[in-house]
Ligand binder design. Structure first.
Ligand code: NAD
Length: 393
């Protein structure tokens, strides 16, 4: 079966006098609420192109994910036209959440022809946690501006390398082993990425920690107990002297889960190994008021793909009430990454514009999805943000 891109889109109108760059953006819809939130992010992406003067050549968005895999009798994870080359050709990629709980563990990897995070070497998963205007945190007494940190998750090592196996005896699964791997290269590049992020203040509302404005990189792991985390911490300690502009800080990951709730304003950028980052960034979804606000990008030196921090939310899928902010912010962050890579300030401005537009709509408290206590639909929220972006937030 061939599959055509699902959404119809309007191209940004070119001004005859200004050279308008075109960027190829490859997109995937995913499962569950992916069908609802991805179209809203695409709407906002097109609005940003119009407002900030670039054109998006859309590759897709295509179907993918657990539902697609099942429909293809568990043989294909993608439409035929989605080749490996397409990934390498695209300037950037976005993907809606994939996975359905009944199929967890039964499908190969993320059901994709290449495991994007590893094959594209997307080693840095940037997951901002910011309390935005008009939103209540689950933490008592915290105001917008009090919380603005980034969970920086290493994305290619640790517990998710897939090196392990099971022992079956007499038809019974008797033992299972997962190997947890950390390498010098993997630790060093993510920690350097963290220092750079803290120094530059990129992807944040404001550089530095809200409490004291200090640019700070916190190293959070379980050194002293796990060999891989000993290496992570040793490499962190060895790099501190190279970044005098950034205040060093270290905490065991279990303590960090406490401190992040007790003094979230102290944190600026927090770097951690893969699985810890996976868990802590869901917690930071609650800290910022809803997982539906949690955007993220998986970034490497050459490729980037945007995806929300959360999953396919089967409990609310199909009702049109999911919060598309996570996907909208993810696509915005993707533009920021691309702007840096291409040296195109329009894309960086577009990211800021999208970010501010989200704040404006949330602050007005008129259009809000149910996770934030409102009754607006996914589409209404997406349309409101796109409208503000078009006007140049
Ligand atoms: P989930 O993140 O999908 O949902 C957790 C809770 O957050 C649910 O109550 C959900 O309704 C809520 N939520 C999530 N996104 C929301 C949004 N945009 N607006 C409003 N509420 C939102 O976690 P889960 O239910 O444990 O996982 C569901 C499936 O997603 C599983 O199959 C899992 O494997 C998969 N998953 C995929 C990714 C990914 O594609 N990157 C990440 C995590 C989980």
């Amino acid at each position: 079966m061939t599959s055509t891109p699902i959404l119809k889109r309007v191209k940004a109108a070119a001004s005859p006098n200004i050279a308008m760059p075109t960027y190829k953006i490859l997109g995937f819809i995913g499962d569950g609420i992916g069908v609802e939130i991805v179209p809203e992010a695409v709407k906002v992406l097109d609005a940003a192109g119009e407002a900030y003067g670039f054109e998006v050549e859309h590759l897709g968005p295509y179907e993918c994910g657990a539902h697609y895999w099942v429909r293809q009798q568990m043989k294909r994870g993608w439409p035929e036209e989605v080749t490996k080359e397409l990934f390498y050709e695209a300037d950037a990629i976005y993907k809606g959440p994939t996975g359905l709980p009944d199929l967890v563990g039964r499908l190969p990897g993320p059901y994709l022809p290449l495991n994007m995070r590893l094959d594209l070497d997307l080693y840095a998963n940037i997951r901002p946690c910011r309390l935005r205007p008009g939103v209540e945190s689950v933490l008592r007494g915290r105001e917008p501006g009090d919380i603005d940190f980034i969970v920086l998750r290493e994305n290619t090592e640790h517990m998710y390398v897939g090196i392990g196996g099971t022992l079956r005896r007499g038809g019974e699964k008797e033992m299972a082993i997962d190997n947890y791997v950390q390498t010098r290269k993997g630790c060093e590049r993510i920690i350097r990425f963290g220092f750079d992020l803290a120094r530059d203040g990129d992807y944040k509302g404001r550089p530095g920690a809200p409490r004291d404005g200090k640019r700070r990189l916190t190293c959070a792991c379980k050194w002293g107990l796990c060999k891989g985390d000993d290496l992570f911490k040793e490499i962190y300690d060895g790099l501190v002297a190279e970044y005098p502009e950034v205040e060093p800080d270290s905490t065991w990951i279990d303590s960090w889960s406490y401190y992040a709730l007790m003094r979230p304003d102290f944190y600026d950028v927090v770097v951690m190994p893969n699985q810890y980052g996976d868990i802590m960034s869901d917690m930071s979804g609650a800290v910022q008021g809803s997982l539906g606000l949690a955007g993220s990008v998986n970034a490497g030196d050459r490729y980037c793909f945007a995806e929300a921090t959360h999953g396919s939310a089967p409990d609310i899928a199909g009702r049109g009430v999911s919060n598309p902010t996570s996907m909208i912010l993810s696509v915005g962050m993707m533009l920021n990454w691309l702007g840096e890579k291409k040296g195109d300030p329009r894309l960086k401005e577009a990211w800021r514009g999208i970010d501010k537009a989200v704040d404006k709509v949330l602050a007005a408290r008129k259009v809000r999805t149910p996770d934030l206590g409102g009754s607006s639909s996914t589409k209404q929220f997406g349309a409101a943000v796109a409208e503000v972006v078009k006007k140049g937030a």
